[in-house]
Design a protein around this ligand. Structure first.
Ligand SMILES: [Zn+2]
Length: 261
Protein backbone atom coordinates (compact mmCIF):
# COMPACT_ATOMS: atom_id res chain seq x y z
CA UNK A 1 0.00 0.00 0.00
CA UNK A 2 1.11 3.48 -0.75
CA UNK A 3 2.48 4.89 2.52
CA UNK A 4 0.13 7.87 2.41
CA UNK A 5 -2.95 5.89 1.62
CA UNK A 6 -3.66 4.89 5.17
CA UNK A 7 -3.77 8.57 6.16
CA UNK A 8 -6.13 9.24 3.28
CA UNK A 9 -8.31 6.41 4.56
CA UNK A 10 -8.34 8.09 7.95
CA UNK A 11 -9.04 11.41 6.32
CA UNK A 12 -11.95 9.86 4.44
CA UNK A 13 -13.38 8.41 7.66
CA UNK A 14 -13.17 11.72 9.46
CA UNK A 15 -14.64 13.57 6.46
CA UNK A 16 -17.62 11.26 6.40
CA UNK A 17 -18.08 11.86 10.09
CA UNK A 18 -17.91 15.60 9.43
CA UNK A 19 -20.52 15.36 6.68
CA UNK A 20 -22.83 13.49 9.02
CA UNK A 21 -22.29 15.88 11.93
CA UNK A 22 -22.70 19.01 9.78
CA UNK A 23 -25.86 17.60 8.28
CA UNK A 24 -27.18 16.97 11.79
CA UNK A 25 -26.17 20.46 12.94
CA UNK A 26 -27.86 22.02 9.91
CA UNK A 27 -31.18 20.45 10.88
CA UNK A 28 -31.35 22.17 14.27
CA UNK A 29 -32.77 25.52 13.08
CA UNK A 30 -35.62 23.73 11.30
CA UNK A 31 -36.33 21.55 14.31
CA UNK A 32 -36.48 24.61 16.56
CA UNK A 33 -38.62 26.52 14.07
CA UNK A 34 -41.10 23.63 13.92
CA UNK A 35 -41.29 23.58 17.67
CA UNK A 36 -41.86 27.34 17.92
CA UNK A 37 -44.47 27.14 15.16
CA UNK A 38 -46.37 24.59 17.22
CA UNK A 39 -46.38 26.90 20.23
CA UNK A 40 -47.35 29.91 18.10
CA UNK A 41 -50.20 27.98 16.52
CA UNK A 42 -51.52 26.98 19.95
CA UNK A 43 -51.34 30.61 21.08
CA UNK A 44 -53.13 31.68 17.93
CA UNK A 45 -56.07 29.48 18.99
CA UNK A 46 -56.45 31.61 22.10
CA UNK A 47 -56.39 34.79 20.05
CA UNK A 48 -58.96 33.41 17.63
CA UNK A 49 -61.28 32.28 20.43
CA UNK A 50 -60.92 35.62 22.22
CA UNK A 51 -61.71 37.53 19.05
CA UNK A 52 -64.80 35.41 18.55
CA UNK A 53 -65.80 36.07 22.15
CA UNK A 54 -65.32 39.83 21.77
CA UNK A 55 -67.33 39.76 18.54
CA UNK A 56 -70.18 37.90 20.20
CA UNK A 57 -70.21 40.37 23.12
CA UNK A 58 -70.45 43.25 20.67
CA UNK A 59 -73.28 41.52 18.83
CA UNK A 60 -74.98 41.02 22.15
CA UNK A 61 -74.94 44.76 22.87
CA UNK A 62 -76.30 45.50 19.41
CA UNK A 63 -79.10 42.96 19.74
CA UNK A 64 -79.96 44.18 23.24
CA UNK A 65 -80.37 47.64 21.80
CA UNK A 66 -82.47 46.25 18.97
CA UNK A 67 -84.76 44.54 21.45
CA UNK A 68 -85.09 47.79 23.43
CA UNK A 69 -85.79 49.87 20.36
CA UNK A 70 -88.45 47.57 18.94
CA UNK A 71 -90.15 47.33 22.33
CA UNK A 72 -90.05 51.11 22.63
CA UNK A 73 -91.59 51.47 19.23
CA UNK A 74 -94.38 48.97 19.95
CA UNK A 75 -95.10 50.83 23.16
CA UNK A 76 -95.19 54.15 21.37
CA UNK A 77 -97.64 52.81 18.77
CA UNK A 78 -99.86 51.37 21.45
CA UNK A 79 -99.86 54.77 23.13
CA UNK A 80 -101.06 56.32 19.89
CA UNK A 81 -103.99 53.94 19.45
CA UNK A 82 -106.40 56.06 21.51
CA UNK A 83 -105.73 59.07 19.29
CA UNK A 84 -106.45 57.36 15.98
CA UNK A 85 -109.48 58.78 14.14
CA UNK A 86 -110.13 56.47 11.23
CA UNK A 87 -110.58 52.77 10.97
CA UNK A 88 -107.93 52.67 8.24
CA UNK A 89 -105.40 54.39 10.42
CA UNK A 90 -106.23 52.14 13.35
CA UNK A 91 -105.64 49.05 11.24
CA UNK A 92 -102.37 50.47 9.99
CA UNK A 93 -101.30 51.17 13.56
CA UNK A 94 -102.17 47.65 14.69
CA UNK A 95 -100.08 46.39 11.85
CA UNK A 96 -97.14 48.54 12.99
CA UNK A 97 -97.50 47.30 16.55
CA UNK A 98 -97.52 43.68 15.42
CA UNK A 99 -94.51 44.29 13.25
CA UNK A 100 -92.55 45.96 16.04
CA UNK A 101 -93.38 43.14 18.45
CA UNK A 102 -92.36 40.64 15.85
CA UNK A 103 -89.03 42.40 15.32
CA UNK A 104 -88.47 42.60 19.07
CA UNK A 105 -89.03 38.84 19.32
CA UNK A 106 -86.60 38.19 16.48
CA UNK A 107 -84.01 40.43 18.09
CA UNK A 108 -84.49 38.53 21.34
CA UNK A 109 -83.86 35.26 19.51
CA UNK A 110 -80.68 36.67 18.03
CA UNK A 111 -79.64 37.92 21.44
CA UNK A 112 -80.24 34.50 23.01
CA UNK A 113 -78.29 32.88 20.25
CA UNK A 114 -75.35 35.25 20.83
CA UNK A 115 -75.46 34.63 24.56
CA UNK A 116 -75.16 30.91 24.00
CA UNK A 117 -72.41 31.40 21.45
CA UNK A 118 -70.63 33.64 23.95
CA UNK A 119 -70.62 30.83 26.51
CA UNK A 120 -69.25 28.58 23.83
CA UNK A 121 -66.44 31.00 23.04
CA UNK A 122 -65.63 31.39 26.72
CA UNK A 123 -65.22 27.63 26.92
CA UNK A 124 -63.05 27.71 23.81
CA UNK A 125 -60.81 30.40 25.27
CA UNK A 126 -60.34 28.34 28.44
CA UNK A 127 -59.66 25.18 26.45
CA UNK A 128 -57.16 26.99 24.22
CA UNK A 129 -55.39 28.43 27.27
CA UNK A 130 -55.12 24.98 28.83
CA UNK A 131 -53.85 23.55 25.53
CA UNK A 132 -51.16 26.22 25.30
CA UNK A 133 -49.92 25.29 28.76
CA UNK A 134 -49.57 21.67 27.66
CA UNK A 135 -47.95 22.56 24.36
CA UNK A 136 -45.51 24.90 26.10
CA UNK A 137 -44.56 22.31 28.69
CA UNK A 138 -43.80 19.78 25.96
CA UNK A 139 -41.99 22.42 23.91
CA UNK A 140 -39.82 23.40 26.88
CA UNK A 141 -38.73 19.81 27.37
CA UNK A 142 -38.05 19.40 23.66
CA UNK A 143 -36.20 22.69 23.47
CA UNK A 144 -33.88 21.59 26.26
CA UNK A 145 -33.31 18.23 24.57
CA UNK A 146 -32.57 19.90 21.22
CA UNK A 147 -30.21 22.32 22.91
CA UNK A 148 -28.36 19.45 24.60
CA UNK A 149 -28.14 17.58 21.31
CA UNK A 150 -26.89 20.69 19.61
CA UNK A 151 -24.17 21.20 22.22
CA UNK A 152 -23.11 17.58 21.88
CA UNK A 153 -23.02 17.88 18.09
CA UNK A 154 -20.90 21.01 18.35
CA UNK A 155 -18.44 19.14 20.54
CA UNK A 156 -18.32 16.27 18.06
CA UNK A 157 -17.78 18.77 15.30
CA UNK A 158 -14.85 20.39 17.08
CA UNK A 159 -13.30 16.98 17.77
CA UNK A 160 -13.79 15.83 14.19
CA UNK A 161 -12.31 19.05 12.83
CA UNK A 162 -9.24 18.51 15.02
CA UNK A 163 -9.00 14.90 13.82
CA UNK A 164 -9.20 16.11 10.24
CA UNK A 165 -6.44 18.64 10.77
CA UNK A 166 -4.25 15.84 12.17
CA UNK A 167 -5.00 13.54 9.22
CA UNK A 168 -4.34 16.30 6.71
CA UNK A 169 -1.04 17.12 8.38
CA UNK A 170 0.16 13.57 7.73
CA UNK A 171 -0.36 13.83 3.95
CA UNK A 172 1.54 15.98 1.41
CA UNK A 173 -0.39 19.05 0.39
CA UNK A 174 -0.74 18.18 -3.29
CA UNK A 175 -2.16 14.79 -2.36
CA UNK A 176 -4.69 16.48 -0.07
CA UNK A 177 -5.66 18.76 -2.97
CA UNK A 178 -6.04 15.77 -5.24
CA UNK A 179 -8.16 13.99 -2.65
CA UNK A 180 -10.34 17.06 -2.09
CA UNK A 181 -10.93 17.62 -5.79
CA UNK A 182 -12.24 14.07 -6.15
CA UNK A 183 -14.24 14.33 -2.93
CA UNK A 184 -15.87 17.54 -4.11
CA UNK A 185 -17.12 15.89 -7.29
CA UNK A 186 -18.37 12.78 -5.49
CA UNK A 187 -20.38 13.81 -2.47
CA UNK A 188 -17.36 13.99 -0.19
CA UNK A 189 -16.17 10.45 -0.92
CA UNK A 190 -12.79 10.39 -2.64
CA UNK A 191 -11.80 6.83 -1.78
CA UNK A 192 -13.23 3.54 -2.90
CA UNK A 193 -12.47 0.24 -1.31
CA UNK A 194 -12.13 -2.74 -3.61
CA UNK A 195 -15.10 -5.03 -2.99
CA UNK A 196 -14.84 -8.39 -4.59
CA UNK A 197 -13.63 -7.45 -8.03
CA UNK A 198 -15.27 -4.08 -8.18
CA UNK A 199 -15.08 -0.46 -7.10
CA UNK A 200 -16.75 -0.26 -3.70
CA UNK A 201 -18.35 3.07 -4.63
CA UNK A 202 -19.58 2.89 -8.22
CA UNK A 203 -19.61 -0.87 -8.63
CA UNK A 204 -17.61 -0.99 -11.82
CA UNK A 205 -15.37 -3.98 -12.43
CA UNK A 206 -11.68 -3.46 -11.63
CA UNK A 207 -9.01 -5.12 -13.71
CA UNK A 208 -7.47 -8.08 -11.85
CA UNK A 209 -4.03 -6.68 -12.55
CA UNK A 210 -4.84 -3.53 -10.64
CA UNK A 211 -6.26 -5.49 -7.75
CA UNK A 212 -3.14 -7.58 -7.66
CA UNK A 213 -0.95 -4.52 -7.54
CA UNK A 214 -3.05 -2.98 -4.79
CA UNK A 215 -2.75 -6.14 -2.75
CA UNK A 216 1.00 -6.15 -3.02
CA UNK A 217 2.69 -4.97 0.19
CA UNK A 218 5.42 -3.05 -1.54
CA UNK A 219 3.03 -1.17 -3.81
CA UNK A 220 3.56 2.59 -3.79
CA UNK A 221 1.30 3.54 -6.65
CA UNK A 222 -2.14 5.11 -6.58
CA UNK A 223 -4.88 3.62 -8.72
CA UNK A 224 -8.16 5.26 -9.60
CA UNK A 225 -11.49 3.82 -10.56
CA UNK A 226 -11.79 4.33 -14.31
CA UNK A 227 -15.43 5.16 -13.99
CA UNK A 228 -15.84 7.28 -10.85
CA UNK A 229 -12.16 8.34 -10.61
CA UNK A 230 -11.99 7.65 -6.88
CA UNK A 231 -8.74 6.52 -5.34
CA UNK A 232 -8.85 2.76 -4.91
CA UNK A 233 -7.62 0.87 -1.90
CA UNK A 234 -7.61 -2.65 -0.74
CA UNK A 235 -8.69 -2.83 2.89
CA UNK A 236 -7.76 -6.30 3.99
CA UNK A 237 -4.13 -5.83 4.09
CA UNK A 238 -1.28 -4.42 5.94
CA UNK A 239 -3.09 -1.37 7.30
CA UNK A 240 -3.18 -1.22 11.03
CA UNK A 241 -6.88 -1.00 11.62
CA UNK A 242 -7.50 2.13 13.58
CA UNK A 243 -11.16 2.83 14.35
CA UNK A 244 -11.10 5.41 11.57
CA UNK A 245 -9.78 3.11 8.92
CA UNK A 246 -12.22 0.45 10.04
CA UNK A 247 -14.98 2.99 9.61
CA UNK A 248 -13.61 3.90 6.24
CA UNK A 249 -13.67 0.34 5.03
CA UNK A 250 -17.25 0.12 6.15
CA UNK A 251 -18.10 2.70 3.52
CA UNK A 252 -17.11 0.97 0.39
CA UNK A 253 -19.51 0.29 -2.41
CA UNK A 254 -19.38 -1.62 -5.64
CA UNK A 255 -17.71 -1.59 -8.95
CA UNK A 256 -14.73 -1.65 -11.15
CA UNK A 257 -11.25 -0.66 -11.74
CA UNK A 258 -9.45 2.29 -12.57
CA UNK A 259 -6.19 3.44 -13.13
CA UNK A 260 -3.09 4.46 -11.52
CA UNK A 261 -2.06 8.02 -11.16
ZN1 LIG B 1 -15.69 3.69 -9.06
Amino acid sequence: MHPHLKYLIELQAVDLRLIEIRERVSRFPKRLAELEARVASARQQITTAKEALTGSLKDRKTFEMDVEQWKERAKKYRGQSSEVKSNEAYKALLHEIANAEDEAAKAEDRLLDRMMAGEDYERQVKAAEAAVKDVEAVANTERRAIQAEYNAAQKELTAAEAARAAAVAAVPEDLVDHYERIAKRHGGIALAEIRGEGCGQCGVHIRPHVIQLLQRDGNEEFFHCETCTRILYYANHSVTQSPESAAASALGTPATPTHES
